[in-house]
Design a protein around this ligand. Structure first.
Ligand SMILES: *Cc1c(COP(=O)(O)O)cnc(C)c1O
Length: 412
């Protein structure tokens, strides 16, 4: 049996890694930094720097207003690129616009309106905060009930719990595909089936899964989805999010923030709102061209690597990390707070420790390792496949062990 806890193993894995060459295609200013937060803000691809420079100088600088001739279609062309390579979505169902929070509001609002007579939205208590806040506000506005089921924060969403909470009164089920805290991966196909049996719609938040785990929105019969582009999709801070609406729902759903970019004949400037027939009706206002172009570059890089290869590498990284945590960190008071089964988790691994917050600070300040702290008492390690090596995983754990030993036991 191979011992996955040695540095020699890590070196061998890197030497055999078909994606190892990707690392050089990112900007790095500190070669000693071990960045394990690509699931919060992905690293900057070099290609993005050049592309943005060109767009600034030649397109904005040179073409001026004429640029809209081709900028106009970026939300749908970049949406299709994400859909085709990363979402298992045929073209014409994905648009890049606004933030995940805003898109969630729009799609949830459209969904409950399309299910009149049903008064319940189902979500879970471990869902991402913005999702819970958006849904709570919407439920209050529309006089609906938000049914919040319990999810084990270390295991992720349980299919049976959701199935039990859905009934003939349910309009919408809204969940995260990969849990932001534990990395727990929900069973999209099974939850869609259980929800559809009662006639409700399902809205998935893909922020922590898109670009890290294969997603099959069309294949699993998903209705609606949203997700961000600044995490695994490498779009940069504040880059716009995407939304997906299954083709069969386009004419049935109405965008609650109806604006001129969703209008059929936009520049006729007509008196009444007459929405486009396709997913474009979920556009609202002027798209942010510069970050959209950055999203396109990030997605191209991932598409070139291929989601299956990215997933295979991420699984190898998280398996190695967990083996190291068992061997070297368990004795220092750490406990795994992510699913042990690799098929049940995404691309980040979380460890529980009573002094997690302080240790996260010490890792950043003293060890040049950047994970992030998550309540309660958890350190989250994002192992983004394009930019993380197996040696970095080994070194990060080793630096953490040194911190703990230096501190002569006070972290225990
Ligand atoms: C990061 C994240 C968000 C962020 O939403 P914004 O509107 O972009 O701030 C939403 N949902 C989940 C699950 C996330 O991980």
């Amino acid at each position: 049996m191979v011992d996955a806890t040695t540095r020699a193993y890590a070196e061998k894995q890197d030497a055999d890694d078909p994606l190892a060459g990707l690392r050089e295609r990112f900007v790095t200013t500190d070669p000693d930094l071990i960045y394990l937060d690509g699931n919060s803000l992905g690293r900057l691809p070099r290609a993005t720097v050049d592309r943005l420079d060109g767009v600034l100088r030649e397109e904005w600088g040179g073409e001026l207003i004429g640029g809209w001739g081709h900028w106009m279609d970026l939300p749908t062309s970049v949406g299709d690129l994400i859909g085709m390579h990363l979402l298992g979505a045929a073209s014409g169902q994905t648009v890049v616009a606004d933030s995940t929070s805003v898109n969630l509001y729009r799609l949830a609002g459209a969904a409950v309106r399309a299910r009149p007579g049903r008064s319940v939205i189902v979500t879970d208590d471990d869902n991402f905060p913005t999702d819970r806040y958006v849904l709570a506000g919407l439920a209050e506005d529309r006089g609906l009930q938000l049914r919040v089921v319990h999810t084990d924060p270390d295991e992720g969403v349980d299919t049976n719990t959701i199935a039990d909470a859905v009934d003939e009164g349910t309009a919408l089920v809204s969940l995260s595909h990969v849990a932001y805290r534990s990395g727990g991966l929900a069973d999209m196909a099974a939850i869609n089936r259980a929800t559809h049996r009662s006639g409700a719609l399902v809205l998935w938040d893909l922020c922590h899964s898109v670009g890290s785990v294969p997603v099959e929105l069309d294949g699993t019969g998903s209705d609606l989805a949203v997700g961000c582009t600044y995490k695994y999709l490498l779009g940069g801070p504040g880059a716009p999010a995407f939304l997906y609406v299954r083709a069969g729902l386009h004419t049935e759903l109405r965008n609650p923030v109806q604006g001129w970019f969703g209008q059929r004949d936009q520049f006729a400037m007509g008196p009444e709102y007459d929405p486009l027939p396709g997913v474009e009706r979920f556009r609202t206002g002027t798209p942010p061209v510069l970050p959209l172009v950055a999203v396109e570059e990030g997605v191209r890089l991932l598409a070139e690597a291929g989601i299956d290869a990215l997933r295979a590498k991420a699984t190898a990284l998280t398996e190695q990390f967990i083996a190291l945590a068992d061997a070297r960190l368990a004795g220092h008071g750490f406990r795994l707070a992510s699913p042990r089964d690799p098929d049940r988790r995404g691309s980040h691994v979380t460890l529980h420790h009573p002094r997690a917050e302080e240790l996260t600070g010490a890792l950043i300040e003293q060890a040049n390792v950047v994970p992030d702290y998550r309540t309660p008492e958890r350190i989250r390690f994002g192992l983004a496949a394009p930019t993380t090596s197996h040696v970095e995983v080994w070194d990060a754990v080793d630096r953490l062990v040194h911190l703990l030993e230096q501190d002569s036991g006070s972290y225990l």
